[in-house]
Ligand binder design. Structure first.
Ligand SMILES: C[S@@+](CC[C@H](N)C(=O)[O-])C[C@H]1O[C@@H](n2cnc3c(N)ncnc32)[C@H](O)[C@@H]1O
Length: 256
């Protein structure tokens, strides 16, 4: 039976690649690499760099594919994402039919880890359920942007015995601030941290983590938030794109 490997490749630094991920790529007949829009060409370059560095089996074919843009007009957020996943599922189905022999192995290279704000697993499951291509699949974990963030700031993710919430910029305003609870915010196009009004909160922010452009800023939210907003806007204008993530919390270990 065909076997699909969904391989986490780390969040920007080619050295994030695990031995398991390297072995998975080298054990495949074909590698599927998503192309991003012009502005994010650097992400495609990082994937190519990973293949050049670690894939020693020269018989492996690399197949690049375009990821469609999500349509948002005239539909709810859920509808928009569902339609988008359906379009990508169609693309995956054709990629598998056209490129993967019935007993071959193929790998999808996925940014960070496939379980974190990434839909490759659910889309592959959707293709499998449709039953037009028969295959099984496995997931190989990768280093996430969240791990890259906590490592560069040299902090543990959680306060002692306290919970962590991972959410998006869109949802940050909806969740209630609670002392001791750590919040990690990803996919924040609106700089939701600017709206948070908590005089005790600290923020640990990072952009382009693991890459040559990496920028990190941390400190009390009310002191550094304007600097983060300014730095973010300048970097985005300079590079034409940005990927950033941050962690916020108030309180300390062993607070009552
Ligand atoms: C679609 S999610 C993919 C997350 C990925 N699966 C992971 O494990 O990190 C993209 C978001 O991840 C975060 N991100 C990914 N790579 C990053 C990096 N190198 N530096 C900063 N943030 C990053 C950003 O919040 C970005 O908006």
């Amino acid at each position: 039976m065909r076997h699909i490997l969904i391989v986490g490749i780390g969040a920007g630094n080619p050295e994030h690649m695990t031995v398991q991920a390297i072995n998975a790529l080298n054990g495949a007949e074909v590698l599927f690499v998503p192309k991003k829009g012009e502005s994010k060409a650097q992400l495609a370059d990082i994937r190519r760099d990973i293949i050049d560095r670690y894939v020693s089996n020269t018989r492996i074919r690399v197949v690049e594919f375009d990821v469609p843009v999500r349509e948002t007009r005239d539909r709810s957020y859920d509808r928009s994402v569902d339609d988008w996943h359906a379009a990508i599922a169609e693309i995956y189905e054709n990629l598998l039919k056209d490129n993967v022999g019935e007993t071959d192995r193929a790998a999808f290279l996925v940014w960070g880890d496939p379980m974190l704000y990434d839909s490759t697993i659910r889309i592959i499951e959707r293709v499998r359920t449709r039953g037009r291509v028969v295959f099984d699949f496995s997931v190989i974990p990768g280093i996430t942007s969240l791990q890259a963030l906590t490592a560069v700031h040299r902090i543990p993710l959680n306060l002692v015995g306290k919970p962590v919430e991972i959410t998006t910029g869109r949802r940050l305003a909806e969740s209630v601030a609670e002392k001791g609870r750590t919040k990690v915010i990803m996919l924040d196009g609106e700089q939701a941290f600017l709206k948070v009004n908590d005089p005790e909160a600290w923020i640990y922010w990072g952009a382009y983590l693991g890459t040559e452009q990496e920028i990190v800023i941390s400190g009390p939210l009310h002191e550094v938030r304007d600097e983060i907003a300014r730095t973010r806007a300048e970097a985005r204008a300079r590079h034409g794109w940005i990927m950033d993530i941050y962690l916020m919390r108030s309180g300390a270990d062993f607070d009552a």
